[in-house]
Ligand binder design. Structure first.
Ligand code: GAL
Length: 404
């Protein structure tokens, strides 16, 4: 099991005494400001830019930002990459944006290239939270601050973490099941459930799973919920790389092994939309029953929003990743300006967000100061809330499209 909750199974083989990082006694300022770091001749340092253009945002300053995203094969990272790139550019930064095809070796290479290119700060959504040590150590040596974006990198070179409250994402999924089935008043009724979780290499996956299971456990203990396959522990239900086809295949196996005899399936807890897509496909094509199955998700991917309209998926936990990049940009500016970073920064985001210094660790005992945004439940009944963000449009057919 590679799932890492606070205090659990944390790797101790971490680099020691880095000047920038969650492990550096919660240092909030890089030892060298970007102006001190080696920059290529053609790159303006923040200090240069302030002198050149007094009207520029105080901390923007034309630095270069490396944005390393995991893959283009999952919808949300395309949106994250685009928002980050646009917003940093609009604030006067140069950017280098890469996608690493879910290949950790490639992500290490991509980050190394960014460092060689003289980036002043890195924003990294890790493919595998434990596989970036080489690149992270080089970032620390070069005094380049690292914002761990959405997924925590388990290395003390990380300066700060920007994400959503990942445990709450899972809790919302679990509570949705409890409320929708009114499990508290179920009496002798037994609901049959299956579970699909995320990628064990992704530090978030354990939080999603645990948040949901904590909400559901009393009903599993009471027998109100019954996992017919018996597959409940994280390792049995995990999905490598959050892959839709992998989730589809396992769901087909579970359906043919445990439900082909007419056993009713009521709920399938899925940690996110890419896995929910595979599960929904299996339920549509391979489930013998005629009842509608409650399927959860996370992200608000277009295909899943369509499934919600069609009644094939029941809910998704929506995370506004445009807001996640707004927070990341504001934090990056503050880091590069050498500002004090604590909860006093939050009001400037204009976005609901908690400054949390307790929940996440980059290595045992080394807390990582984190800015955690708030996720929301989306169902068929409040799709308009997504349109109201300005990030989606609704077609005449009632389906939503991301309005990039
Ligand atoms: C997680 C992320 C989720 C989901 C998943 C698969 O780390 O927090 O929003 O997208 O990866 O990409």
């Amino acid at each position: 099991m590679k799932r890492k909750l606070l205090g659990a199974l944390l790797s101790t083989a971490m680099v020691a005494s880095l000047t920038v990082g969650c492990g550096g006694g919660n240092d909030t300022t890089p030892a060298d400001t970007p102006a001190d770091t080696e920059a290529p001749a053609d790159a303006e340092t923040p200090a240069d830019n302030e002198a050149d253009d007094a009207s520029a945002p105080a901390a923007a300053g034309g630095g270069k930002i490396g944005i390393s995203m995991p893959t283009q094969s999952l919808e949300r990272w395309n949106r994250d990459g685009a928002y980050l790139d646009e917003q940093f550019k609009a604030a006067g930064f140069e950017t280098v944006l890469t996608y690493s095809d879910n290949d950790s070796g490639k992500q290490v290479n991509d980050i190394q290239n960014m460092l060689a290119d003289g980036v002043n700060l890195l924003v990294v959504a890790a493919i595998d939270g434990e596989a970036l040590n080489t690149a992270m150590n080089e970032a620390a040596e070069a005094n380049v601050p690292v914002i761990s974006y959405d997924r925590l990198i388990l290395n003390d070179a990380v300066s700060y973490y920007v994400s959503f409250d990942n445990y709450t994402v899972g809790k919302l999924q679990g509570e949705f099941i409890v409320d929708t089935l009114d499990l508290a008043n179920a009496g002798d009724t037994v609901y049959n459930m299956e579970i699909t979780a995320g990628d064990p290499a992704d530090n978030n996956a354990g939080y999603f799973y645990q948040g949901a299971m904590d909400a559901l456990q009393p009903y599993l203990d009471a027998g109100t919920l019954n996992v017919v396959s018996g597959q409940t522990d994280f390792d049995s239900v995990a999905t490598a790389q959050w892959n839709t086809d992998t989730a589809l295949e396992r769901a087909q196996n579970v359906l043919s092994s445990y439900y082909a005899d007419g056993t009713q399936l009521d709920v399938w807890l899925c940690s996110n939309d890419s896995t929910a897509l595979g599960v929904a496909q299996a339920v549509t094509s391979d489930y013998a029953g005629s009842n509608s199955v409650l399927i959860t998700g996370q992200d608000g991917d277009e295909a899943n929003l369509k499934n919600i309209v069609d009644g094939v998926q029941t809910m998704t936990v929506y995370k506004n990743v445009s807001n996640e990049s707004v927070v990341t940009l504001a934090l990056a500016k503050a880091i590069l300006a050498g500002d004090t970073i604590d909860d006093s920064l939050v009001p400037s985001f204009g976005i609901e967000c908690a400054f949390d210094t307790e929940s996440y660790e980059t290595s045992e005992g080394n807390k990582c100061p984190s800015f955690l945004l708030v996720p929301n439940v989306i169902t068929k009944d409040n799709l308009q809330d997504l349109v109201d963000t300005g990030l989606y449009t609704m077609g005449d057919d009632g389906y939503l499209s991301a309005a990039n």
